[in-house]
Design a protein around this ligand. Structure first.
Ligand code: UD1
Length: 455
């Protein structure tokens, strides 16, 4: 049986909560460790299902992956011999395709399963393949696998622009491959996301020569090898935004620490537009209840625009604000599976092309709903917090892929969420959220016992 959440809505959130490390920064960095012979230590890698899946993938290829007592992850790739990423693991997580560039760069060949279908819409990887081909790789598809070969990649001037803008993991794949290629590579239309910038910082610390990360033109001078490195992953801006919206939707008063506020300008602008007061310092957000929230027109775009990974959560929030709102998603135009489930909670939403027309209602009401993907799950949790009465959210394994103990963090703030399993209540251990200290530099949630559904 799968885990589900039982949520008693209507509780105002207040208190302080800490943001974990970024999932989307951690995954390509973990994959890139395959290109480094030796040991890599990563701090602030969140304990998530997706991280566990990437860890299994690295192990299946021959790497040793260990979570140390201080919470950091140590990856040793000395024994990596294979350059094959199997379907059984790749199908669980699309970011597995990030191993393609590192394996090809280090071993001269890679065999990586095609990732397969996805609930948030059509997600091709043609730009990854086009970029690697521009670096001289010979690429063919064989029995559901991408086979890429090149005795030595060589630098090139290439453009990674796709029909919906730049590609985040595609930019990372080409950056790592180009770092070990012969000569200079120029990536045009590169993704500018903070996670790409963190990836560049990681590679640079390992000896890569990269300039321009965070702009649309990234230049890379290839080196012969990358060396051992220690790196701290940036905090998760999407988790911080989700917690901020949780505060807003419950009319709460919440302080969010370890928030990467400089990466969140567009999220903070959207909250301001909606009339939610937010005070931001470099690593802290303080969200207060708004007496007069307003409807808004928002567009999810590549960074520095509003993240598509926050689109569903903003839709939940705008569903509770009277008046007419509009959300357009230019990155994933079909990413609206959550809308029908929000309607089950009483929202009034109509989807047309890549836009959602939302007529805010005075109150959502509890219902049984089904999570369809990671951020859709988060939106349903937020809506259920605001809804009158009880809600059941099924398939929260989607949520566990990308949030560490979200229900425990929200319960710490006053929410009433119970994780149940196998039909019977499985009362989650009371979390102890330790203050930031030298012993707890991440300010992460400590668990009193084993939790189900993660790692
Ligand atoms: C990453 C994030 C994901 C986020 C997305 C967009 C990770 C692990 N995941 O996913 O959470 O929602 O960025 O910000 O970092 N595209 C192509 N061809 C390609 C690649 C992408 O057409 O080869 C299209 C996609 O279908 C999509 C758009 O480009 O419409 C952006 O996708 P992309 O940035 O590649 O998403 P991911 O890197 O997979």
């Amino acid at each position: 049986m799968m885990d589900m959440f039982c949520v008693e809505g209507g509780h105002v959130l207040h208190g302080t909560v800490f943001v974990d490390g970024s999932k989307n920064a951690s995954l390509p960095i973990l994959a890139a460790t395959l290109a480094i012979e030796g040991e890599v230590t990563l701090e602030q890698v969140p304990q998530l299902q997706d991280v566990a899946t990437m860890g299994q993938l690295l192990q299946s290829i021959g790497a040793a992956v260990e979570r140390l007592d201080d919470g950091s992850l140590r990856i040793n790739t000395c024994a990596v011999k294979s350059s094959m990423a199997p379907y059984e693991l790749v199908r669980q997580m699309r970011a597995s395709v990030c191993v393609l560039g590192p394996l090809l760069a280090r071993f001269g060949s890679a065999r990586v399963s095609l990732p397969g279908g996805c609930n948030i819409g059509h997600r091709p990887i043609d730009l990854h393949l086009r970029g690697l081909a521009a670096l001289g790789a010979e690429i063919r598809l064989e029995a559901g696998y991408i086979v890429a070969e090149s005795s030595r990649l060589r630098g090139a001037d290439l453009d990674l622009c796709g029909p919906h803008g730049p590609t985040v993991t595609g930019t990372c794949n080409i950056m790592i491959a180009a770092s070990l290629a012969k000569g200079r590579t120029i990536i045009r239309s590169a993704a500018k996301e903070p996670e790409v910038q963190d990836f560049a910082r990681f590679l640079t610390a390992a000896g890569a020569r990269i300039s321009g990360a965070g702009t649309s033109i990234v230049e890379i001078d290839g080196v012969d090898h990358l060396h051992e490195v220690r790196h701290t992953v940036i905090p998760d801006r999407i988790e911080a935004a989700t917690l901020a919206i949780a505060a807003a939707i419950t009319h709460g008063d919440v302080t969010i620490r370890n928030a990467p506020t400089t990466h969140m300008t567009c999220v903070l602008n959207a909250l301001n537009l909606i009339g939610i007061p937010v005070d931001a310092t470099h690593d802290t957000l303080h969200i207060r209840a708004s007496s007069m929230p307003r409807p808004a027109r928002l567009t999810a775009e590549p960074y520095p625009g509003l993240p598509t990974d926050c689109q569903a959560q903003f839709m939940a929030l705008l569903s509770t604000i009277e008046g007419e709102s509009l959300i357009t998603d230019t990155v994933f135009p079909e990413r609206f599976m959550h809308a029908a489930e929000l309607v089950r909670l009483g929202a009034d939403i109509r989807i047309q092309n890549n836009s959602a027309f939302i007529r805010g209602v005075a109150r959502l009401s509890g219902a049984s709903v089904m999570a369809s993907d990671l951020r859709a799950s988060a939106a349903l949790v937020l809506a259920a917090l605001a809804a009158e009465g009880h809600s059941e959210i099924r398939r929260v394994y989607h949520l566990d892929r990308g949030y560490h103990a979200l229900e425990q963090k929200l319960n710490h703030l006053g929410a009433k969420i119970q994780r149940t399993h196998d039909g019977s209540p499985n009362i989650a251990p009371r979390p102890h959220i330790a203050p930031l200290s030298p012993d707890n530099p991440l300010g992460s949630v400590r668990h009193a016992g084993k939790r189900s559904g993660q790692e």
